[in-house]
Design a protein around this ligand. Structure first.
Ligand code: SIN
Length: 202
């Protein structure tokens, strides 16, 4: 009798925030694409990675909105990679971040609606204690400017996300993200004149 094996099992994980540029787990393949029915919002407070208990940063979550879609990167983890990845992400996203998991339909950029993939996503809901909820884009930018945590400055988080959108999906809309980016670059004129604002922070 053949021994049961999980070698061919695979799990897709969709990242729309820090998981885009810093997955920090082993994966077999990755695809840029989008999920529908959600918009990305800087509505989750962060007292660990990008802020402190005294000055919580703002990081992204997904808000249900049937008219919108959110772009990001989906990672395929296979076999033995699955358990260790889920353990790692449970600490990073759930325990330290306040996120819970959900399954969503992910559409790879190249294949569009044809290539639908079921993916796990980490979402921060209003029920978690770190949730901050809506604020004006100007207020969010002002909060991001003064916050930093163990993973780095909150400005870096915002600019890396905006850079991903500009570089990998230049035609995609993300009004909330781009308005915050614009606000921040207006408040910080010295960053506006730099060619690569992200590198200024690293
Ligand atoms: C994600 O990246 O998918 C979740 C939000 C974050 O960790 O920034």
């Amino acid at each position: 009798m053949e021994k049961p094996t999980n070698r061919r099992q695979s799990l897709w994980i969709f990242g729309y925030g820090s998981l885009i540029w810093k997955p920090d787990f082993e994966f077999t393949s990755s695809k840029v694409g989008f999920v529908t029915g959600y918009s990305r919002k800087f509505w989750q407070g962060d007292t660990f990675h990008r802020g402190s208990p005294q000055m919580p940063g703002r990081v992204v979550t997904l808000q249900e909105d049937y008219t919108e879609c959110t772009w990001g990167v989906a990672y395929e983890v296979c076999g033995d990679q699955i358990e260790s990845t889920l353990q790692y992400l449970n600490v990073r996203e759930a325990v330290l971040g306040g996120y819970t998991t959900k399954l969503v339909k992910f559409y790879p950029q190249e294949e569009g609606e044809e290539g639908e993939i079921l993916a796990l996503v980490y979402i921060a809901t209003p029920q978690n204690p770190g949730y901050l909820g809506p604020a004006t884009e100007e207020d969010i930018a002002a909060q991001i400017i003064v916050s930093s945590g163990c993973a780095g400055h909150n400005i870096e988080y915002l600019l890396r996300l905006a850079d991903f959108m500009h570089n990998y999906c230049p035609d995609a809309e993300d009004k909330h993200l781009f308005t915050i980016e614009e606000s921040l670059l207006t408040i910080l004129p010295c960053l506006c004149s730099a060619n690569d604002p992200v590198s200024v922070l690293c």
